[in-house]
Write a protein that binds this ligand. Sequence first.
Ligand code: NAD
Ligand code: WQD
Length: 339
Amino acid sequence: MNILLTGGAGYIGSHTCVVLLEKEHHVIVVDNLCNSKFEAIKRVEAITGKKVIFYQEDLRNTPGMDAIFRNNAINAVIHFAGLKSVAESVARPLDYYGNNINGTLSLCSVMAAHGVKNLVFSSSATVYGDPEVVPADETAPVRPFNPYGRSKLFIEEILTDLHHSDLSWNIALLRYFNPVGAHPSGRIGEDPSDIPNNLMPYIARVAVGRLSELNVYGDDYDTPDGTGVRDYIHVMDLAEGHLKALEKLATNSGLVTYNLGTGKGFSVLEMVAAFKRASGKPIPYKIVGRRPGDVATCYANPSLAGRELCWTARRGIDEMCADAWQWQSMNPGGYGETG
Ligand code: NAD
Ligand code: WQD
């Protein structure tokens, strides 16, 4: 199949490129590189020995997107492109709604014009907000509490309306939990441009000596060790979930929603200990106050994806940390140093 990946130069997109190329799919990437580097695409090509067709374009440029669809016989789209920082979305809500929602509207209008109606969308566990019951399944109430999370929920609703208006659309809404780790080669990985907001890249930069210590945001939660508990999922497991979702759409699935998580929760301190084991490096940390908007515990019930996609996350936290460390230690400056 010819598969278009929006945001395919980013963290999850680049790993998904590798999985799709290794299954002999043709991959076309459109990315405006606002949060990624073209180097990631070069590395994907080096890992797989296959070519990626790349367009540096903004999804909101509808004529530009139309030209991409005219020049490539696209069969399905995986839509990763979007802005993803919770804190930034609180400070700049219009940018987040504008980019994430208008980008999706532009993409879908071009897909409709070209009769391409198979779409996988990157949603997020953040749509559950603070789940009342864990593990959270797909029927849990959705009530995100920041503009980023709301942009994801609004897009889920837009795509649901689109499917209802024309039942020939097949759409998979994939709610990712906490993606971490890297391709085991260490050649691609997560490369935040600023000081990382997320736990795993922050720990990795402490281990490699780019940051001096980790701030642990609160040890007074109602969890076994008092620190926040999350469902960390290896990015390669996540990437494989996209392949399974595409296979599902090909059966004329209609609109489907799946949690992509492991079903297991680990605390901040458990992740610190696992990273220390994997890297052999000290991870100095100090306990500070809670981060506004954080929840105590969030992990998935991934059994629907198990049943309907035949997909289960296989990699555990030791492998997640080992692969994140391989990437970080081989590329201490991320993609930047190697241009
Ligand atoms: P990322 O920032 O690494 O990748 C997103 C890519 O989209 C970047 O390469 C960026 O340059 C591109 N992009 C953004 N706006 C664009 C636009 N208007 N036009 C063209 N390209 C544009 O993020 P990621 O971690 O790979 O996340 C991929 C998707 O998964 C995002 O939609 C994100 O919201 C979602 N998600 C991520 C996580 C996570 O923790 N990483 C969790 C749940 C959901
Ligand atoms: C994990 C745990 C923190 C950093 C966010 C988004 C969510 C999704 C994934 C996109 C929490 C603690 C963190 C640090 C810490 N993204 N922590 N010190 O908050 O579960 O989810 O990323 O969709 O929408 O909200 O992930 O990695 O930021 O935090 O103690 O420096 O680590 O308090 O308990 P989170 P995270």
